[in-house]
Design a protein around this ligand. Structure first.
Ligand code: NAD
Length: 245
């Protein structure tokens, strides 16, 4: 049995999740890299993780699917026998449009992928954090702006993540489990291409007080801080990583 702490990062094949996986590896964690479809990218993240002398476990699972989440945690049990930190990072958005054009299929896919997933992964992690632990939920600045005419479904899903963070932090504090959130905004990742506007960050960056977009590494630093002992008296808290948004 390896005694290094273990982190699970959902949606870690690229973007913020990949940068977070790498940062935990740099800090001596064994890293579970969840992804949904891009095996090559997930394996590349695993190679980077292993280059820091820690173990990587690549886990294909749709975190919106309860059976797949349970199977993923069972594999972590069988491999490491523990989980110390969960980063609920997996998330999607869909092409920009006003509510008038949205259908139930789209809205439900956003909500199950961005919200149900975080509930399920948190539940399974808490069951296993018998000597305490830490959960960081990746929300969005959209939870505060509402993203009108772009994706209010996505923004509302992140509002739910914030409320989950507040409630769950209180629910599990007595178990010595901390639950916090980060709210990124305008970060250079491929997610914006999925929203139909690859250059969204560059279009909007000058509206931010800091006048630039952010990097996945800048978000990973805030996630790591909240998960670490450096934030040992912080629970139910949030860090905005959004250039002053
Ligand atoms: P990304 O699209 O680059 O990465 C998202 C990751 O989640 C990918 O690895 C993807 O495969 C994975 N994923 C998607 N659905 C999944 C599922 N059902 N099961 C498992 N994995 C799944 O996006 P990103 O920009 O790195 O975003 C990471 C998180 O940060 C998301 O929660 C996103 O909402 C949030 N965020 C991003 C920004 C930004 O500007 N990029 C801003 C605010 C919040």
């Amino acid at each position: 049995m390896n005694s290094a702490p273990v982190v699970l990062v959902t949606g870690a094949s690229r973007g913020i999740g990949a940068a977070t996986a790498e940062l935990f590896a740099q800090n001596g964690y064994n890293v579970c890299i969840n992804y949904i479809k891009d095996t090559l990218s997930a394996n590349n993240v695993a190679k980077k993780v292993q280059s820091y002398g820690v173990n990587a476990l690549v886990l294909q699972a749709n975190v919106a699917n309860e059976d797949e989440v349970i199977a993923m945690f069972n594999t972590i049990d069988n491999t490491f026998g523990q989980i110390d930190v969960l980063i609920n990072n997996a998330g999607i958005l869909k092409p920009q449009m006003p509510l008038l054009n949205m259908n139930a299929q789209r809205i439900n896919e956003i909500l199950t992928t961005n919200v149900t997933s975080a509930f399920l992964c948190a539940r399974e992690a808490i069951k296993r954090m018998s000597s305490g632990g830490s959960i960081v939920n990746v929300s969005s600045g959209a939870a505060k702006t509402g993203s009108p005419n772009e994706y209010i479904d996505y923004a509302a899903s992140k509002g739910a993540i914030d409320t989950l963070t507040i409630g769950l932090a209180k629910e599990v504090a007595a178990l010595n489990i901390r639950v916090n959130g980060v709210r990124p905004g305008l970060i250079y990742t491929d997610m914006h291409r999925d929203g139909g506007e690859e250059n969204r960050v560059n279009r909007l960056k000058n509206k931010l007080p800091l006048g630039r977009g952010g990097t996945p590494e800048e978000v990973a630093a805030a996630i790591y801080f909240l998960a670490s002992e450096q934030a040992s008296f912080t629970t139910g808290g949030f860090i905005d990583v959004a250039g002053g948004l």
